[in-house]
Write a protein that binds this ligand. Structure first.
Ligand SMILES: NC(=O)c1ccc[n+]([C@@H]2O[C@H](COP(=O)([O-])OP(=O)(O)OC[C@H]3O[C@@H](n4cnc5c(N)ncnc54)[C@H](OP(=O)(O)O)[C@@H]3O)[C@@H](O)[C@H]2O)c1
Length: 198
C-alpha cells in the first residue's frame, strides 16, 4: 500500500516508518521537521509540513492509498478529512488514548483525566470527527506507551474499558498494531483498544 505517515519523527511514528518499509509498503513520511528523520532509506517520499496546514496535507495525501496518523488531534483530523475527501483517499488510522472512553480502573482514569484533560477532550473531538467523516476510518486507542523492546504481541479489545492486557505498551508494538489495522479492512469503522500483552 502507499501509506502517508503523520507524526513520522515521533517515537511511535519512527517505528511505523521502518516496519512499514520492511513490510513492503510505499511509505511517505510527513513531518514538521524532516531533518529529524533518523533513516530515510526505503522511504517512497518525504513531505515537510504542519498537519494543521491544509495545503501541506493536500500535497502529501495526493496519490496515497491510506494515512496513518501516529499523532492524534482534532486539527489534524480536520485537515486530513478535507484533504482525503478532495483526493479520494479513503483509509485512515488515527492514534488516540484508552483513557478517552475508559471509566475503569477508576483511580487511574481519574488521575489521567486530571493531568491530561485538555488532550483527551481534543482526542475525543478528533474521534468524533472521524466517525462521521464518511472515510474508512479506524481509531487505535493506546494505553500507556513506553520505549521498551517490542513484545511481538498486543492485546486488542473493542470495549471502553480494557478487558485484559497490560497497562504498558511498547511503542514498537503499537506501531505494529497501527500497520496491522491499516491493512485489515475488517477493522474499518472500529475503535480498537490496544494494551500490552499479558
Ligand atoms: N504517550 C502516551 O503514553 C500515549 C498514550 C496513549 C495514546 N497516545 C497516542 O499516541 C500518539 C503517539 O504518541 P508518541 O508518544 O509516540 O508521540 P511523540 O513521540 O510525542 O510524537 C508525536 C509526533 O507528532 C508530530 N506532530 C505533532 N503535531 C504535529 C503537527 N501539527 N504536524 C505534524 N506533525 C506533528 C511531532 O513532530 P515534532 O517533532 O515536529 O513535534 C512528533 O513527530 C499520541 O499522539 C497519542 O495520540 C500516546
Amino acid at each position: 500500500m502507499k501509506i502517508m505517515v503523520i507524526g513520522s519523527t515521533g517515537r511511535t511514528g519512527k517505528h511505523v516508518l521502518t516496519q512499514g518499509v520492511n513490510r513492503g509498503h510505499e511509505i511517505t513520511a510527513f513531518a514538521r521537521r524532516p531533518e529529524l528523520l533518523a533513516d530515510r532509506a526505503g522511504l517512497a517520499g518525504v513531505h515537510q509540513g504542519d498537519a494543521h496546514d491544509l495545503e501541506a496535507v493536500r500535497r502529501a495525501v495526493q496519490g496515497q492509498d491510506a494515512v496513518i496518523a501516529a499523532v492524534g488531534g482534532s486539527r489534524i483530523a480536520a485537515t486530513l478529512i478535507t484533504a482525503m475527501h478532495e483526493h479520494g483517499v479513503r483509509r485512515v488510522v488515527m492514534t488516540s488514548s484508552r483513557s478517552v472512553p475508559a471509566t475503569r480502573p477508576r483511580l487511574a482514569v481519574s488521575l489521567a483525566w486530571l493531568f491530561f484533560r485538555e488532550a483527551y477532550v481534543d482526542l475525543a473531538r478528533a474521534e468524533g470527527m472521524l466517525q462521521v467523516s464518511g472515510l474508512d476510518w479506524s481509531i487505535a486507542r493506546a494505553t500507556m506507551l513506553n520505549d521498551k523492546p517490542p513484545a511481538g504481541r498486543v492485546h486488542i479489545d473493542f470495549e471502553a474499558n480494557a478487558t485484559g492486557g497490560a497497562m504498558q505498551l511498547s511503542r514498537a508494538d503499537y506501531a505494529t498494531a497501527l500497520l496491522d489495522t491499516v491493512e485489515d479492512p475488517a477493522l474499518i469503522g472500529k475503535a480498537l483498544g490496544i494494551c500490552g500483552p499479558r
